[in-house]
Design a protein around this ligand. Structure first.
Ligand code: AMP
Length: 285
């Protein structure tokens, strides 16, 4: 496994690999690797000749009052895990390498963003698409792997790839969970012991909301209301949002029909957690 810290060296290598016909799978992360990330790496390992993992905590996607400073880091352990799971190249740039000076251009995200995390975290998805545009040009992947846990990110990256004609296939990987259902996240270490016992209720609430649709409930507002009540009874975390939208378009729906996402974000003292369920429903007259 090789570790690259500067852009030109890895970009030259990826160019050579592509010229020799190798397929490159790319897994972008912010590090503090857990089994969710490992699942992405495994998929990339299965489907490509070369696997590139990037580890970069992108300041552009954090708002002023967010957890950039508390974001967990463990370079040594991340490199051990990457090697163990067959990563070929780790791209581990510093902020100075990625942003030697303020950007002169910006990409604005105009669709799939005025809802969910895009609404609660202004500028977040602009930061995400900016760093990904750079990383895609640096790593030149054939396939890029993203977790369904960040379903809105998947939807926005899908737009990025299509709008700007990146020759990249987006692969979305199902959410990996703890035994009690909590979605694995690097941020889970920032939960207090008490918060950690309550946090699985986010997934329970989403499953409860989904079960209502299976029982025939079709009104999104009722489903959201009941899901919120369920969650409020189970956690003292502050609910940032619970939304039910079409997926991947992320548009409001009058009635639950077709593929939809039920998503929630909850703020704990030092961590804001998100989770979602994407499911298909069909109404019968
Ligand atoms: P992050 O390091 O949090 O930016 O995540 C890097 C990638 O791993 C993103 O595509 C995430 O969606 C994905 N990921 C994070 N947690 C999970 C999880 N529990 N299951 C599946 N993928 C995940």
């Amino acid at each position: 496994m090789q570790i690259f810290e500067d852009i030109l060296t890895i970009q030259t290598r990826t160019k050579e690999l592509k010229a020799s016909g190798k397929k490159i799978g790319f897994v972008p992360t912010m590090g503090y690797l857990h089994e969710g990330h490992i699942e992405l790496i495994k998929r990339a390992r299965d489907e490509n000749d070369v696997v590139i993992l990037s580890i970069f905590i992108n300041p552009l996607q954090f708002g002023d009052n967010e957890d950039l400073d508390n974001y967990p880091k463990d370079r040594e352990n991340d490199l051990i895990k990457a090697k163990e799971h067959g990563v070929d190249f780790v791209f581990y740039p510093t902020e100075k390498v990625m942003y030697p000076e303020p950007m002169s251009l910006s990409i604005s995200v105009t669709k799939r963003t005025n809802v969910l995390c895009g609404r609660s975290r202004p500028g977040h998805f602009e930061g995400v698409v900016t760093v990904l545009t750079k990383l895609f040009n640096i790593c030149q992947p054939d396939k890029a792997y993203f977790g369904q846990k960040d379903a809105q990110q998947v939807a926005v990256v899908d737009s990025l790839i299509r709008d700007f004609n990146f020759p990249i296939e987006l692969v979305s990987v199902p959410t990996v969970r703890e035994a009690d259902g909590l979605a694995k996240s690097s941020r889970n270490v920032n939960l207090s012991a008490e918060e950690r016992t309550e946090a699985p209720s986010i997934y329970e609430a989403l499953k409860f909301g989904h079960s209502l649709t299976e029982k025939g409930e079709q009104n999104p507002l009722d489903i959201i209301k009941q899901t919120r009540q369920f969650l409020e009874n189970k956690t003292r975390g502050k609910i940032d949002y619970i939304e039910l939208l079409s997926y991947p378009e992320l548009e409001t729906v009058d009635s639950v029909n077709g593929q939809v996402i039920l998503a929630a974000a909850v703020k704990y003292s030092k961590a804001r957690l998100i989770d979602n369920l994407v499911f298909e429903t069909s109404q019968h007259a």
